[in-house]
Structures are given as C-alpha cells and as structure tokens.
Design a protein around this ligand. Structure first.
Ligand code: UDP
Ligand code: MG
Length: 396
C-alpha cells in the first residue's frame, strides 16, 4: 500500500492522507462522500458502504472529502483509510460547502460510475446497487427520491417541495427530489459538468437539456442518529433557499441565453440608441427649424441618456460574446456565474429606467441629471461584475 498525496487545484488547496491499492487497475465505482463534522458517523458509514458494495463484486473506491471539519472527523477518516485501502481522504483547509466537496471528489474519482451520498447515513448505502442496476439499463444519471423523507416538515420538507416544484417548472425537467444527495452519475457527466454554488442540485436539469438520460428512483431515507444537520434552523433555511433560488435563475438564464449575450444586450442597446437618436433628431429639428429653446427640456437629457445607455448595452453584449467564447473554448465549461451578475444588473437597469420614465414629467432638471448619473454608474458596475466571476472560476 502506498501513501497517496493529492493536491487540489481549487481554492484553499487540499492535502490528502490515505492509501490506495497498488494495482492501478480500473475502478467501477467511486463513492463521493462530503464530510463536515461527522465524527460519530464515519465508522458506521464505512461499514455500511462496505456491506453494500463488497458483495456486488464491483471494484470501488470511497472518496471522503473532509470539508474543513473541526471535530475528530479527520482522525477517524485517516484511521478508516489505514484499515481499508478502498478509503481515500481529501481534506479541505477550511469549510467550502457540500458542492465544493462534491467537485473535489469528482475530480479525483476514477470510477466508471460516480455515486454521491451524505455521510450522516440518512441516505442508505444499501440503495447504491439498486441505483447502479437502474443506471446500467441505459441512464447517465439516476437520482434518488426520498419518498419518505425523515426531516422536519415545516423547515425542511415544505421548502424542499416548493423548490422541487419550481425547479421542475423553470427547467422543464420534473424530478421529485432535486435535493437528494444520493445520485449515480456516469463518469462522462461528471467530467463535463462543473459545479458552482449550490448548483449540484441542478445537474439533472442541465444534463437533461444536453440530452443526457436521467432517471429517478425511490430510495430509503432515515433520520439522523448522530451529529447535527448543517442546514437546519431558520436562518440557514432562508440562506439556503435564497441561494437555491438565485442559482435557479442562473440555470434558467444559462439554459436559454448563455451562448448569445448579444441577442439580449444588443437588442436592448439598439432600441435605446435608436430612440435616443429619434428624440435627439426631433429636438434638433425644433431648434433648427423653429428656433425653439431646447436647453431646458428634460427630453434632451433623455435623448443623451438613451444613446449612452444603448451604446453601453451593445458594448456589453459584445464583451459578453467575447467572454462566452473565451470561456467555452478555453475551459469547455458548461456554465458559470457571470451571466447571473449580468442579468441582475440588467434587470436593475431596466427597472430603474422604467421608474425614470414614469417620474420624468414631475422631475426637476437636477433630479434628472442625478438619475442619469446613477443609471450610468449602475451600468458601469456591470463590467466588473462580468469580469469578476471569470477570475473566480475555481470550485465555488
Ligand atoms: N456537508 C459538507 N459541508 C457543509 C455542510 C454539509 O460536507 O458545509 C456534508 C455533511 O457532512 C453531510 C452532507 O453534507 O454529509 C449533508 O449535510 P446534512 O446532513 O447536514 O444536511 P441535511 O441532511 O440536513 O440536508
Ligand atoms: Mg443529512
């Protein structure tokens, strides 16, 4: 048995303690388990996984990702890795969250199939062979469905039901239980889908839009017997729900527009520019033909504003195109967070614009000038927002 030393390329580099079989043979199955302060579950987890997997005769590895635990989890994991060569440990320097842990596990997985499962034994390892059999019928992803979910009703099950319904509606891929960690992926899916934020739950939706075959299967779910849930409590529920909702917006946007930003920004930009030029022309005609005073007219400001905003929007569309290209070509990534920022700023800009139009007749020249400045500032925020996530494309 040789010590395996791995370095994680993501944020907060990772060191690994563990062992692996000397034989570099192919592996059928990689089990990816995120672990955050689960010291009392680890022994039972490894035992249950072994009981479920060993009889199947499949060659497997258990990749335990210690997500910056502060309890004795890492010692328990090291011990497990010493006792059982199937167990490998990846350690984060600090807590990066479940999705980051999955991503790291995916990166190091060698199996033809990759299975994700929670460490707290709420998912039942005995379901893994069933899910695999289903996958081998010809699916690329088989997602667990916790039919009898053992979690609090108000804080966990209801929000989750609402989320599943909404995700189904928005992405057009109706799965009962997006949040279930127990899932089987074919290695090709894993190696091509990169995860950010809480996006792991959207993998089936994104995958299905790419023509990947997704199946769903009822699985056992048990109450937690040791350790505490990392997501319960009012504040954490709200925080998680917000993230999931924002990620859903991102996914929706990416599924529809990600490849052609110019189609979104360019059209808006052209509309603005053309109406600005129209209004400007009208004012110029008033001045030149009728000798009217136009210096005091709010319409003049509006015209300038429209042209400026329009040009900026078009520029942004072009920049977006460039980035999409660079991004896709250099990384082969399927989605990133940048469009989300774009979209938020664009929506804010449009709302602001609508408000400006409504308020215009009653505003003073000073008010209008202030608003114009504000709008320009808002739009200019968009550029850093575009560039920022590009630099952030590590495991987040
Ligand atoms: N987890 C993690 N990092 C985190 C939070 C959770 O790796 O920041 C792991 C945790 O150890 C468990 C799994 O993710 O294995 C699911 O967490 P938990 O059981 O607390 O969530 P719940 O079942 O309550 O949704
Ligand atoms: Mg749990």
């Amino acid at each position: 048995m040789a010590q395996r030393a791995l370095t994680h390329r993501g944020k907060g580099a990772v060191s690994v303690a563990g062992t692996k079989d000397d034989a570099h043979g192919e592996i059928d199955l990689s089990i990816v388990v995120p672990i955050f302060n689960e010291e009392d579950n680890i022994e039972a987890l490894v035992a249950e996984l072994t009981n479920a997997l060993a009889p199947t005769g499949r060659r497997y590895e258990i990749l335990a990702i210690d997500d910056g635990s502060s309890d004795g989890s890492i010692d328990k994991l090291r011990r497990a890795a010493e006792l059982d060569p199937h167990v490998h440990v990846i350690r984060f320097r600090r807590n990066f969250g479940q999705t980051a842990a999955f991503t790291a596990g995916f990166d190091y997985s060698r199996g033809e199939w990759v299975v994700t499962i929670d460490a707290d034994l709420q998912n039942d390892p005995a379901d893994i062979p069933k899910l695999l059999d289903k996958a081998e019928e010809g699916y690329d992803i088989v997602s667990g469905w916790r039919v009898k979910r053992q979690d609090a009703l108000i804080m966990r099950k209801l929000p989750s039901r609402a989320a599943n319904w909404l995700i189904g509606k928005v992405t057009g891929v109706a799965i009962h239980d997006y949040g279930c960690s127990l899932k089987v992926y074919h290695r090709e899916v894993i190696k091509n889908i990169h995860l950010y934020g809480e996006l792991h739950r959207f993998v089936p939706a994104v995958a299905s839009s790419l023509g990947i075959r997704v199946a769903e299967m009822p699985v056992n779910h048990r109450a937690r017997t040791a350790g505490v849930s990392k997501y319960s409590g009012f504040y954490k529920t709200i925080k998680r729900a917000t993230k999931v909702f924002l990620d859903l917006l991102t996914v929706r946007f990416l599924l529809s527009y990600s490849t052609r930003p110019i189609h979104v920004f360019g059209v808006l930009g052209l509309l603005c520019t053309l109406s600005g030029i129209g209004i400007g022309g009208y004012l110029a005609a008033l001045k030149l033909v009728y000798g009217a005073q136009i210096g005091e007219r709010p319409l003049l400001l509006l015209s300038v504003l429209l042209v400026m905003v329009g040009v900026q929007l078009i520029t942004m569309g072009l920049l977006g195109e460039l980035m999409v290209r660079t991004y896709h070509e250099s990384q082969g990534k399927i989605y990133s967070a940048m469009f989300f920022y774009q979209m938020i700023f664009a929506i804010a800009g449009v709302l602001f614009y609508a408000w400006l139009m409504a308020a215009l007749p009653t505003m003073t020249v000073l008010g209008i000038a202030g608003s114009v400045l504000l709008l320009c500032a808002l739009i200019d925020f968009l550029l850093p927002a575009l560039i920022f996530p590009i630099k952030q494309k590590t495991y987040l």
